[in-house]
Design a protein around this ligand. Sequence first.
Ligand code: FMN
Ligand code: SF4
Length: 456
Amino acid sequence: MRWFSPAALGRLTAKRRTWIPAMVPWRAADDGFVTDDVIEWYARFAEGRPGVLVVEATGIRDVPSGPLLRIGDDRFVPGLTRLVDAVREASGGETLLFIQCIDFLAVRRRPPKEKFFRRYLELNDPLLATLAAQGITGDEETIRTALLAMNDEALRAVLSARDFDSYARGYRERVTDIDLPHVRELPNTLPDLFARAAVRAQRAGFHGVELHYAHAYTMASFLSALNTRGDGYGGPRESRARLPLEVFSKVRAAVGDDYCVGARFLGDDVIEGGSDLEDATYFGRAFARAGFDFLSISKGGKFEDAKQPRVGDAVYPYTGPSGHECMPTVKIDARGPFGRNVPLAATIRAAIREDGLTTPIVTAGGIASPWQAEEILERGDADFVGAARQSLCDPDWFEKTRTGRGDQVRRCFFTNYCEALDQKHKEVTCQRWDRLARPEGGAKSKDGKRFLLAPR
Ligand SMILES: Cc1cc2nc3c(=O)[nH]c(=O)nc-3n(C[C@H](O)[C@H](O)[C@H](O)COP(=O)(O)O)c2cc1C
Ligand code: SF4
């Protein structure tokens, strides 16, 4: 099968075209270090010998961010080195290991109404003028009390769209907040932060890095058509691509031409006013020309259309229509979750090939059978075919398929039990693992209810 045949990735050769995209398992320490659970998680995937395994979104800054892996300081390198060693050993040296490098902006929990109107809301001139036009005037206390008494419909009419969103869903920074100095300065700070993270990845022994330009995070927000920054880093497509390209140049200069540097970005934002496939094709061509070693195409996963969180929870970017496209379930529509992103990858790949470039393209999303993968490769829609949830459900499925034991593959239900755990920041596990006999036993989650690793 083509899927089990080698393919080039920059100067590297992947032994197979099978790929496990990044998945956050919530196994890191609260201070961002690699734990034994992290190592065991990736070693378990490595036993299935995918061509490429991508380590979860790992923060490039050295700031507290809960149990998310970090690569924002040299002190994280020894733990990451241990992780690399464990994967090499478990895969018999057959799997290429990349790490996904991420930057994200601040997202706050949805506040209680009282707190928002008493403490957080700024009573600025436009708001005071709107309220005055409705006869609401007086001292600060009177105005805040009046706002607190309004229902959501009335509040929507008087608050700016941004303030209403902060009230209803929690405050969230945008790349367009250039009145905030640290947001204005992102084009100056991010290239170095990504470059230093990539150098650490190289020192830890990873085969390459995947720059996270997808979903709800900083770099994807620069690429999005919603980015209207007027400083040359927003607006027209070429300006939106500018920072992602500058980050890449800095990373490339720091790690050298031999090191594998790829990106994951969106083939479609799937939100109103966001980037579409035409934008993504433009970005893909620009990234390929710049010399990225691979481009992994995802879809959706944005904050803009996410469901309103409960008070005290933070908005989660996989709960709205764009989020459903990112991790589609069997309930999505009549077509089901299967291979929905392939046409995006195919279009971007065809444009890059027209330019005479050979940059490998990775597709993922609802891939759950080797025949699906084989058809994608045969048609030339992608060069690597990834599977996140199917590989989570059965990390051995590549090897089972390759060695003629396809009947033993444990199939993913695509109902997103795993993703619901991710949303709650609980250790990610698969619902199917706990229903099987497990004579070997194994470590359990903190709530004691679930096994932490797939059964053998
Ligand atoms: C629990 C979980 C965590 C994820 N974490 C990441 C991540 O860190 N970075 C990323 O780019 N995608 C992440 N994803 C998305 C997957 O990489 C993949 O794109 C998506 O699940 C669709 O592919 P699938 O149908 O093969 O699962 C995550 C998915 C799941 C289920
Ligand atoms: S929990 Fe459900 S959706 Fe997630 S990997 Fe397991 S079977 Fe698939």
